[in-house]
Design a binder for this molecule. Sequence first.
Ligand code: PMP
Ligand code: GLN
Length: 390
Amino acid sequence: LASGDGTVRPTIFAEMSALAAATGSANLGQGFPDEDGPAWIREAAVDAIRAGENQYPPGRGIQRLREAIAGHQSRHYGIDLDPDTEVLVTAGATEALTAAILALAGPGDEVVTLEPFYDSHAAAIAMAGATHVTVPLVPSGGGFAVDRAVLSAAVTPHTKLILVNSPHNPTGTVLTREELSDIAATAVAADAIVITDEVYEHLVFDGASHIPIATLPGMRERTLTISSAGKTFSLTGWKVGWVAGPAHLIEAVLAVKQFLTYSGGAPFQPAIASALTDGDADIAELRETLDARRELLLASLTRAGFTSVRPQGTYFVCADATPFLTDAVPDGAAFARWLPAHAGVACVPLSAFCRAGSETADALSNWVRFTFVKDDATLATAIERLETRL
Ligand code: PMP
Ligand code: GLN
């Protein structure tokens, strides 16, 4: 497939969810909520179906949703967008990312990402035939951090794109203004375009604030900002995402998007338009619920014997499984495949977010990721099992 380097393969999330189902495990592997988002938003989609919004929406997305996305960016971040030319609705953030990378990078171009990275980022780079260059984000002082020198060394005259992801899957890191400024300066110096994956933009804790890199000086004109309603409103299966940025870059992404899906999600688009306009209280409630679950999971992992990193954002906690490794279960990947049958809990190894054999893969080889976006009963079952069966 594609690059032939093994990057485009069945995702770890499908494998771990299948294993969780087969073993009756509490699934803290794949990151999706098991409680659906607000009823009033779901009702709005039902109303749209009844009202006949069931045929192809426009390729760019319906006007009302593009206006709501522009309104959301303006209200939360002070980013002003022309909804007609600077916003494109996509089939989730996944399509936005793939269309943007296919549109802007090809053979001979280098695309820089942090490592670990979300798996679809690497797959899209491989499908584009571009070269993937990574900057390690490794445990440091109780968190994960970007090293400025490593970042600037990763950039070459061939660097076409820098792909940022904050809040970051899998580590839960929320990049600081300083880290984002370093990335911005590097992008300007290399004349690179930045693509930023901000799907967890509203899921931040401990007073951390999400800073879109497009708001930094000189960045608006070279940044494509990608997000999705899936995480913000616990409606991951609706696959309503978007990309926002300068009109000429949006045009390029639209050209590719036409031949991936053309358009989609007709009845979901008006419902998400309403959610983005009137759903701020729901977002705040979700953040509080998740914050409490994050605390429960962190405390339980400590009691069970893991060392974990306190995430400032996302759905995820990363933990070092070294105390549980043996000759038969030698690393995080083996541990994640062993845990469901042994303890009735599923997780995901961090090696799935790394390039095989990289320095980061080595540093994180014993680490796994647990999600806390599960209902109270599932989380309680998982916690009880981790504490008594390990
Ligand atoms: N980017 C990141 C970092 C993610 O974690 C996910 C999925 N959870 C996506 C993109 C995909 O988003 P969507 O479901 O909207 O395609
Ligand atoms: N983004 C989710 C996660 O990181 C999974 C989505 C998927 O299965 N592709 O767990």
